[in-house]
Design a protein around this ligand. Structure first.
Ligand code: MG
Length: 254
């Protein structure tokens, strides 16, 4: 009986703590004003929309420059096997240049109330991934944005290195959908960030995460019924290509 009362209290507290679903613009708010995914304008648009966060993807060029691009290709070039100068000559589809992480962090400083959600992409070896993690952490620190950046990755090694090498309180969520919330907690992650398909198969992971103090982010939620499902089930963050509609569903008072 006592145990049940404790559980009820914990659940109430968890629901209270994680009450509102917040919106993260997937690769920025790109579906507007001649913008494209992972561009500087997409980050600026997300800031202007007042969403919780703007997500971006980080790849390292062959000569060690961190660029914001989903990859693996930029045009016909393989980003991780091509030098920065060559990649930079190939413009994005709307005529913007391929942004570097430094340029992106400069734009992030323009409005720090919109968090930058940095996804570090898989690289060819664990060693290279560790180097990329170190470089990203250093750049974020240099730009004094540690309080305003959160990290995500599909590769467990990348998440582990972020936890091991990052500052105390670093926010790291695992994307791949293969680990239970308990396991993620044990690895020192602060959240799960799983696909809508995985979450609908494992809806109990929402409550499990909250009881463990983990956040729940779901990607990439673009359908109205899925957006509503996330809100109704107490998901903390929705990552979406349609942030305007998501705001209407998650934050109707705004
Ligand atoms: Mg991404």
């Amino acid at each position: 009986m006592k145990k049940n009362i404790f559980l009820l209290l914990a659940l109430t507290l968890a629901n209270f703590t994680f009450a509102q679903t917040r919106i993260i613009a997937h690769r920025g708010f790109h579906a507007t004003q001649n913008s494209v995914r992972n561009s500087l304008s997409a980050l600026k648009n997300a800031q202007d929309l007042n969403v919780y966060g703007s997500e971006c993807d980080i790849n390292e060029t062959s000569d060690g420059v961190l660029v914001v691009a989903h990859g693996p290709l930029h045009g016909t070039y393989h980003i991780q096997q091509t030098d920065f100068r060559t990649l930079r000559q190939q413009l994005l589809q709307n005529g913007e240049v391929l942004p570097t992480l430094d340029e992106y962090l400069d734009m992030a400083k323009r409005k720090t109330s919109t968090k930058l959600i940095i996804e570090i992409k898989d690289h060819s070896t664990p060693q290279r991934e560790t180097e990329v993690v170190k470089k990203v952490l250093k750049a974020v620190k240099q730009h004094k944005l540690q309080e305003h950046v959160e990290y995500i990755a599909f590769r467990q090694h990348v998440c582990d290195e972020l936890v091991a090498l990052g500052p105390k309180g670093i926010k790291v969520a695992y994307l791949n959908g293969t680990l239970s919330p308990e396991y993620c907690k044990g690895l020192g992650y602060t959240g799960i960030d799983y696909s809508i398909k995985v979450m609908k198969k494992n809806p109990q992971w929402i409550q499990d995460s909250h009881l463990l103090g983990l956040t729940v982010n779901v990607w990439t939620v673009n359908q109205t019924e899925d957006l509503q499902w996330c809100v109704d089930n107490g998901v903390d963050f929705i990552t979406t290509d349609t942030p305007e509609e998501a705001i209407q569903i998650a934050e109707p008072k705004k």
